[in-house]
Design a protein around this ligand. Structure first.
Ligand SMILES: NC(=O)c1ccc[n+]([C@@H]2O[C@H](COP(=O)([O-])OP(=O)(O)OC[C@H]3O[C@@H](n4cnc5c(N)ncnc54)[C@H](O)[C@@H]3O)[C@@H](O)[C@H]2O)c1
Length: 278
């Protein structure tokens, strides 16, 4: 079991949904939590919930698409709390449609937040985790991918979003190789559907991508079939305790991820049979 007692945990996208759930679980294990979100009030609400449960936490407003802001934030969190032990790179946004239906601005928005935001956070927090690991402390990145990291789900299409979450898998696997031997751990969470506010992600869309927009409440309907935030966060911590790289939080993902694995295996078999000299 990972020991988070008095540990310092950073959660991006901690003002809502899965991030809030992870922040609450970390605090329940005795961690002190830096709740980071583009929405200051949402981050402050999470901190109030943590305080009500006797957890120590602070809210930080930051946009993960801003590398300099994240670098400043990493130094600020180290000054406020001390050595950082665990960074949940969880902030993410969603927009639906086929690739043809996805406006260039939304394609840019999805990749800036979900992919560049992850790269930025690695740039900003890796030095802090290296210092923690060098001093013998727990140092771990936990990146939030999706069932969309493992295959193309039948629900949708969410084509550009799915593409970003495949990139999150690639970045996280590369990070695992990059930090091998450094004492830093890396995990990838792949949640299935979870009952969060992701359907209304455009509420935080920056002006340069078209500005904030509230979705119609009906847009959230399909998320009711998801697991609860609390159950999802429990599964994530079970995976972290077991030292897993890949943590899948919904067994229903098998129905569309397994056929892709079969397809890859068949293509490898075909290559073996077809190509006998290199
Ligand atoms: N809900 C699901 O079904 C589901 C499934 C798989 C993966 N995910 C992933 O889980 C993560 C969390 O999403 P959620 O479902 O909890 O949604 P959510 O909308 O409830 O929470 C996302 C949080 O990220 C914040 N955020 C958005 N853009 C940001 C930015 N540029 N910088 C900093 N913070 C920003 C939002 O303000 C919000 O508080 C995302 O990466 C999402 O892709 C969600």
């Amino acid at each position: 079991m990972i020991d988070l007692n008095n540990g310092i945990v950073v959660v991006s996208g901690g003002g809502s949904g899965i991030g809030r759930g992870l922040a609450l679980k970390a605090a329940a294990r005795g961690a002190r939590v830096a709740v980071v979100d583009i929405q200051r009030d949402a981050a402050a609400e999470t901190v109030a919930l943590l305080a009500a449960a006797a957890g120590e936490a602070r809210a930080y407003e930051a946009d993960v698409t801003d590398l300099e802001a994240l670098q400043t934030l990493a130094s600020q969190i180290e000054r406020d709390f001390g050595c950082i032990n665990m960074v949940f790179n969880n902030a993410g946004v969603f927009s639906g449609g086929t690739l043809a239906q996805t406006r260039p601005q939304d394609f840019g928005w999805l990749f800036e937040v979900n992919v560049r935001g992850l790269y930025n956070a690695i740039q900003a927090f890796l030095p802090a985790l290296e210092r923690t690991a060098a001093a013998g402390g727990l140092a771990h990145f936990v990146n939030t991918g999706s069932e969309n990291s493992l295959a193309v789900p039948p629900l949708g299409p969410f084509s550009a979003y799915t593409a970003t979450k495949h990139a999150v898998f690639g970045i996280t696997d590369c990070l695992r190789r990059d930090v091998k031997g450094s004492g830093i751990g890396v995990s990838l969470i792949c949640p299935g559907l979870v009952q969060t506010n992701l359907w209304n992600a455009k509420r935080t869309r920056q002006d340069r991508f078209g500005g904030a927009r509230e979705a119609a409440a009906a847009a959230g309907g399909s998320m009711a079939a998801g697991r609860t935030i609390e159950a999802t966060a429990d599964t994530v911590f079970e995976g972290l305790d077991a030292g897993e790289f890949l943590i899948v939080t919904d067994p229903r993902i098998r129905s569309f991820a397994a056929p892709r694995l079969d397809e890859i295996a068949r293509a490898l078999d075909t290559a073996d049979a077809r190509i006998t000299t290199l």
